[in-house]
Design a protein around this ligand. Structure first.
Ligand code: ZN
Length: 444
């Protein structure tokens, strides 16, 4: 873990771009073959384990829905020409639409048409997961064409609901030296849109691969891939006992846009997850937009609910709700790139490193300061440490800070905050002082 760099290599950026292209066209929803295909592609990045939760299962106050499949959908004019065509864009059909096969005029079709006026050639993204309904999402031009049609139109949605189907989820648990556990969760239920939600999926898969590096992590890390809301609820239901012990987490979503980076706080606002994020941004010289916790947004709503209370934050780059392309066909590969995702990935990697490396230590020599010189940790010439021409000695500074704060009350994160010294410097000072026996792990 310590050997893992935050830097995202050019090779990784190219890999991200290729994965964006591969994943973008797939039709995803709460359930279905497109979800399985998406997860199988991500298995090429990290060895995530895929499992199936049967449709109809009760999970807390919810029920896992029937598995939805869609083969084709269109609105055809009298000449047989497709005005609206699912094969052109999977956003054209409301997700979870019931099957339709009818001839209709505009006025009966009208309540089933969704559009965004005056914004140009845009298809909105709509779902009807928990109400049986059907619909088409259309551009203003398509809408006009349908409205002008003087004859009945052929309306078809070839969809299917499998009551004996299932909902697909995936996870990867990487055990660390300690049982203290952190969660990284993302969702994969959106069809062809890039920032929401391919960016989150890719960052999470790359983080999982990073944690699996050569060095065993200090903490246990759980990576979770679920359909938003119902997937997180079902996963929590399935793993209730373990999940109540999770220390903190991140929900990775909308982090690949061209806009500024942001950060949504945990419900506590000052948990170590928040602190690690602030340190990571500061060390990257990024001043993020700050979003205080509110109980809407993504799956933090489930993870942080009263029964679990896992403090969960998000790092974003064009946060959901905030960018005009959100939940439309414009959230595409012109809007999102591997290089933009890499910026978020780098900050996320830093956050994971800080959380993983954190710990609390006690000085074994707490009465007055221990003598560093006789342990070879201090320059031989006493006196002008930072005034001589030898340059600054940050390791001494960091060792002084660590020893000063090693009272069993301050963890590494608070040492970095209090001293303003980079987290990695604090970490290496701790390593050095442990080596010479001046520090011992405080009761974990
Ligand atoms: Zn969304």
């Amino acid at each position: 873990m310590e050997q893992m760099s935050d830097e995202v290599t050019q090779e990784e950026v190219e890999e991200l771009d290729l994965l964006l292209k591969t994943l973008f066209p797939i039709t995803r929803s709460l359930t279905g073959e497109g979800n399985r295909e998406t997860l199988r592609i991500l298995q090429g990045v990290a060895p995530i384990e895929i499992s199936e939760y049967p449709s109809g299962t009760s999970v807390y106050d919810w029920t896992i829905p029937a598995e939805w499949t869609i083969n084709d959908a269109y609105i055809k004019d009298a000449s047989g020409e497709r005005i609206v065509d699912f094969r052109e864009s999977n956003l054209q059909v409301v997700s979870y639409s019931t099957p339709v096969d009818a001839k209709m005029n505009f006025s009966s079709l009208r309540p089933h048409l969704h559009l965004i006026q005056d914004k140009g050639n845009i298809i909105p993204y709509r779902t009807s997961y928990y109400t049986q309904d059907w619909g088409f999402c259309v551009t203003p031009a398509q809408y006009d064409q349908i409205e002008k049609s003087e004859v009945e139109l052929e309306v078809k949605i070839e969809s299917e609901f499998k009551e004996n189907g299932s909902m697909t989820v995936a996870e990867l648990c990487v055990p660390g030296e300690s049982a203290e556990e952190f969660l990284v969760s993302t969702y994969f239920c959106h069809p062809s849109m890039a920032n929401d939600n391919l960016s989150g999926l890719l960052v999470t898969a790359f983080l999982a691969r990073g944690i699996l590096g050569d060095v065993k992590p200090k903490k246990t890390w759980r990576f979770v891939f679920v359909p938003e809301t119902i997937g997180a609820i079902a996963y929590l239901h399935q793993n209730q006992d373990r999940m109540t012990n999770v220390s903190g987490g991140l929900v990775v979503a909308t982090c690949g846009g061209p806009g500024p980076m942001g950060y949504k706080e945990t419900f506590l606002g000052n948990h170590n997850v928040d602190k690690a994020i602030r340190i990571a941004f500061k060390e990257a010289s990024i001043d993020p937009l700050r979003y205080p916790f509110v109980p809407d947004g993504s799956d933090e709503r489930q993870y942080s609910s009263p029964g679990f209370r896992i403090p969960v934050a998000s790092i974003t780059k064009d946060k959901y709700y905030e960018y005009p392309q959100y939940h439309t066909s414009r959230d595409n590969l012109d809007f999102v790139s591997g290089a933009q995702i890499a910026e978020s990935l780098s900050v996320y990697r830093h956050v994971l490193k800080i959380l993983d490396g954190n710990g609390t230590y006690k000085s074994t020599s707490p009465f007055c300061e221990p003598q560093l010189g006789k342990r070879g940790l201090y320059p031989n010439v006493g006196g002008g440490i930072n005034q001589l021409g030898t340059g600054p000695l940050p390791n001494v500074d960091s060792m002084m800070w660590v020893l000063f704060l090693a009272d069993g009350e301050h963890d590494l994160i608070s040492m970095a905050e209090r001293s303003g010294i980079e987290f990695s410097q604090i970490e290496s000072a701790v390593e050095k002082l442990k080596e010479v026996g001046l520090l011992a792990q405080a009761n974990p």
